[in-house]
Design a protein around this ligand. Structure first.
Ligand SMILES: [Ca+2]
Ligand SMILES: [Ca+2]
Length: 78
């Protein structure tokens, strides 16, 4: 069950969600967002997963400019 964070959840909830991404749940988070299982996250996959901060920074995250965020790119910018 995905929860899309909005301002009504507060800053603490946002921080908690970011902390989740930077801990051991990273792989699970990535795999969960990677709906087609190709090992990379597209902009639409990020949006579908409610990862709006990543979607907003897509161009910066996609350092090799192939149009998707690889696991390494995701990790490097978390
Ligand atoms: Ca994918
Ligand atoms: Ca890329």
């Amino acid at each position: 069950m995905k929860t899309v964070l909005t301002p009504k959840h507060g800053f603490a909830a946002l921080l908690a969600s970011m902390a989740l991404v930077s801990t051991n749940t990273f792989a699970a988070t990535f795999a969960d967002a990677d709906k087609d299982g190709d090992g990379a996250l597209t902009l639409s996959e990020l949006k579908a997963a409610g990862m709006d901060e990543y979607a907003a920074n897509f161009k910066n995250l996609d350092t090799d400019k192939d149009g998707k965020i690889s696991k390494a790119e995701f990790k490097a910018n978390r």
